[in-house]
Design a binder for this molecule. Structure first.
Ligand SMILES: C[S@@+](CC[C@H](N)C(=O)[O-])C[C@H]1O[C@@H](n2cnc3c(N)ncnc32)[C@H](O)[C@@H]1O
Length: 216
């Protein structure tokens, strides 16, 4: 966790500004395209509490091929890498300048086997899942109902018994609550764990359909 705290501190102390190309629903807080890295890290980046859970989750399940939808400046990617340094991570980001910041961070930290694909999720998700089989997917891109369900459906044909999917911010707004409720109902989904910050989905065939709520 100390490594993550240092990375987060470094981002929060950055004095750099970039021009952001926002392909998502846009920041609810940051209104201009000229943005400070420190603000992006503070507002869009994973919190220390969630990072600690992500590190433990990845350390416990040890998925080897991971897809992250929504890199931003690379904070959650770093948490995943810290959780399992042997993992191969493909991470998707729409904004070139933002993804460059993440790429530099991974180089500085000597995090290997992280492949950033830059472009609109509507193209990059299809490209990523065609190239590789993922056992863990972290959905932290565009927090609208329509897009969340689209990404869910796009990735569905890749599922295996061991697949684990994590949806960020399932209570962010009404749309995300509705998206989460639809995901839970999907016939391929067996077990879900709602930890409030995230909805975690398991697909193991033969497992009774069950939904758990845990406060962490
Ligand atoms: C919430 S941030 C990701 C935060 C990161 N996972 C973390 O916790 O450190 C979401 C990212 O998705 C990107 N994004 C949103 N919609 C997109 C789209 N349609 N195509 C590509 N990137 C998109 C944004 O540029 C933003 O950087």
């Amino acid at each position: 966790m100390a490594i993550f705290s240092n990375i987060k501190k470094q981002i929060l102390n950055s004095k750099k500004t970039i021009l952001v190309n926002d392909l998502g629903s846009g920041s609810r807080i940051l209104k201009t395209n000229k943005r400070e890295i420190s603000k992006i890290g503070k507002i869009a980046g994973i919190s220390k509490k969630k990072a600690a859970i992500l590190i433990r989750l990845v350390d416990y399940f040890k998925p080897s091929n991971i897809l992250e939808i929504g890199t931003s400046v690379g904070l959650s990617t770093s948490a995943i890498k810290i959780g399992n340094d042997k993992s191969n991570i493909t991470t998707l980001e729409g904004c070139l300048e933002t993804s460059k910041i993440a790429e530099n961070l991974f180089k500085e930290q000597k995090f290997n086997n992280i492949h950033i694909i830059t472009g609109d999720f509507k193209d990059t998700i299809k490209k990523a899942i065609k190239e590789k089989q993922f056992d863990f997917i972290y959905f932290d891109g565009n927090h609208t109902k329509k897009d969340t369900l689209k990404y869910f459906k796009d990735c569905l044909f890749t599922i295996k018994n061991e697949s684990i999917w994590v949806f960020d911010d399932i209570y962010l707004n009404q749309e995300m609550k509705q998206a989460w409720s639809e995901i839970k109902k999907h016939p391929k989904v067996r077990v879900t764990v709602d930890i409030f910050h995230w909805g975690i989905v398991f697909f193991k065939k033969g497992q009774a359909k069950e939904h758990f709520k845990i406060r962490v």
